[in-house]
Design a protein around this ligand. Structure first.
Ligand SMILES: [Zn+2]
Length: 91
C-alpha cells in the first residue's frame, strides 16, 4: 500500500491541523545489557534450555505495520493503529 511522505492531520499538542512527516514504525535494537535479556540469559543457563514455547509455524503471511507521524511544527510523535499489509511504500 502506498502512503504519502507528509500528511495534514490533527496535532494534540498544537491543538490544530499541521503537516506531519510519515514514516514506518520499526522495533528498536535489542540490547544485551537490558533487564529482560539478562533474566532470560540466567533462565536459559544449565539443563532445561528454552523456558517458553517459540512459535515456529506462522499462520499469518502479513505483518502489522503502523505509521509514525511526526509534527512538523512541534515535533510531537505518535503512531497510527497498525494494519496488516504485505508491502508499504512511501510516495
Ligand atoms: Zn504539533
Amino acid at each position: 500500500m502506498k502512503f504519502p511522505r507528509t500528511m495534514r492531520t490533527h496535532c494534540p499538542r498544537c491543538k490544530t491541523h499541521t503537516e506531519f512527516n510519515v514514516s514506518l514504525y520499526k522495533a528498536g535494537k535489542r540490547k544485551a545489557a537490558k533487564q529482560g535479556e539478562r533474566h532470560q540469559k540466567v533462565r536459559k543457563r544449565g539443563y532445561g534450555g528454552q523456558k517458553f514455547p517459540l512459535q515456529h509455524n506462522q499462520a499469518k503471511v502479513t505483518k502489522k505495520q503502523s505509521l509514525m507521524l511526526k509534527c512538523g511544527e512541534c515535533g510531537y510523535t505518535h503512531q497510527r493503529n497498525g494494519i496488516r499489509l504485505k508491502k508499504v511504500e512511501f510516495e
